[in-house]
Ligand binder design. Structure first.
Ligand SMILES: Cc1ncc(C[n+]2csc(CCOP(=O)(O)OP(=O)(O)O)c2C)c(N)n1
Length: 272
């Protein structure tokens, strides 16, 4: 008798990937799709896609989605969530998108405590446009715009978003994870699931920073790229939990989410 050992999650499409070999955007997509299925929010989810390698997010997820201008995913997400609080909204953004051009939108949406889940894929480089320096590029890292390596004197320090998010009162949850081996992938899965819960249960802002390699722009093999994340990136961006308000707050003290998430007219998909 055959046994299913690998199955595509319900909301992940059967699409041919456009990602490079060794890129972990695909793994992150799968984890998000698993969370959508686990929480049963697929019919009321809106994915907000960034500019960047994951610009065609809508090709991979069988949920409603919208494309935001570069960096503006959280401004777009805010509009959707405020107009339709019954919807589940997540943004999926790279480091150039979220931490550079969109830093203002990111900080203010987080500070306002919008009920949005953010999956932030930090690969230390502008991947889609050919490997320019990102705010998260490591010191000494060579990119097309820092050919001699990033220096503190010229470009400043790498921006640590998970730590910055944790400092904002509007943020209920902030964690940094990685995808370089199965153990880390399991941890990342748990973190993404919890960030979903933060929105579903508390209508809160949940942030997961996912460290990812970019073998094409690092000009290394997929295996070397994973090692680079483990040995170099993790030194600068330590993995771990930076904030989880729900961990030490009794549920009764958490803000109430007024819109009844289940009260949706199945025909029109509108809240009733
Ligand atoms: C307003 C605007 N400026 C610049 C660009 C060009 N652009 C597209 S993607 C990108 C960088 C994306 O990098 P990142 O967010 O790190 O995502 P990755 O591609 O690495 O996944 C840039 C600069 C654009 N599309 N729009």
């Amino acid at each position: 008798m055959s046994k299913v050992v690998f199955e595509r999650p319900r909301y992940l499409c059967d699409a041919t990937t456009h990602y490079c070999a060794g890129c972990t955007h695909g793994t992150a997509h799968r984890l998000v799709a698993e969370a959508i299925a686990h929480f049963g929010v697929g019919e009321r989810t809106v994915a907000v896609a960034p500019a960047g390698c994951s610009v065609m997010l809508y090709k991979y997820f069988d949920v409603d989605s919208i494309e935001a201008a570069h960096g503006r995913a959280l401004a777009v997400g805010t509009g959707i969530k405020r107009a339709r609080p019954d919807l589940f909204v997540f943004t999926y953004q790279g480091d150039g998108d979220l931490a550079s051009i969109g830093l203002c939108e990111t900080m203010h949406a987080a500070n306002r405590g919008e009920g949005i889940t953010v999956v932030y894929v930090n690969n230390a480089v502008y991947g889609m446009t050919g490997g320019q320096m990102a705010p998260t590029t490591l010191l000494g890292q060579r990119t097309t715009t820092t050919p001699a390596g990033r220096t503190v004197e010229n470009e400043g320090h790498p921006l640590k978003m998970a730590e910055m998010m944790a400092a904002l009162e509007g943020v209920l949850y902030s964690e940094r994870v990685a995808l370089y081996d199965p153990k880390q992938i399991r941890r990342a899965r748990k973190a993404i699931f919890h960030a979903f819960e933060i929105q579903i249960k508390y209508n809160g802002f949940g942030f997961v920073e996912v460290l990812s390699g970019c073998p094409t722009n690092l000009r290394v093999s997929p295996v070397q790229s994973q090692k680079w994340v483990e040995n170099e990136m993790c030194k600068v961006f330590p993995l771990g939990l930076f904030k989880d308000v729900t961990a030490d707050t009794p549920e009764s003290a958490m803000p109430e989410f007024e819109a009844d998430a289940n009260a949706i007219d199945q025909e029109t998909c509108h809240a009733v």
